[in-house]
Design a protein around this ligand. Sequence first.
Ligand code: 1GP
Length: 242
Amino acid sequence: MSHVYKDILGAVSQGEKLLVVLIDPDKIKFDNVSSFIEKVNKSIATHIFVGGSTVEDYITDALVEEIKRYTKIPVVLFPGDVTQITNKADAILFLSLISGRNPEYLIGKHITSISKLKETTLDIISTGYILIESGTRTAVERVTETEPLLRTNVQYIVDTAKAGELLGMKLIYLEAGSGAKRPVSKEIISKVKKGLNIPLIVGGGIKSKKELENAYHSGADIVVIGTAFEEDESFFNELKKE
Ligand code: 1GP
């Protein structure tokens, strides 16, 4: 079994900032995987997440296998559904949508996934997933039939994250939603981070180096970027390894 979570904790304890490239199996063309991953390899990215809200059944398995042909960067599943579980990855975010009140996404899908997970050697990382309102209705809202937390209700967001930690979750993920107009605000990131003793992931709507740095400076340990790379691969040039 790989030790993705242990390595994240080690990096975060050294004050390192981690960057995730999110690959949505519905959006990448199989033929483009090698050239895309070549750019990821040359960038400061530390992890690859694979997943999406509405992925065609079982294509994730083949995609992860293809990605793994071209990189040693750890691949972590970020599943929208049980069908996206594959042992070809290194780890899985075992997400509980703690901003929502839909029991399926709090505990239901998790129970369904157990028979599959038992057959894997994935590093299973319990993650409190918090969707924050960002101006438009996101795919996560639509698929999970939940409401995001209001961005103005900062204390409630802080308390939700802390409740996740106290329930034993190992990561908290503040999510504005893929392609969000506005990323999670600096105020929310910094107040959530102050109350937490576990690493903080921030994603959704981050499209520039400046926004990435804002998230890091506010306290994000890990930033996830998907759409900005999908729409403009030259963005990798701004994030090249030194
Ligand atoms: C979505 O947080 C991720 O789940 C990434 O969002 O696609 O907007 O970068 P973007």
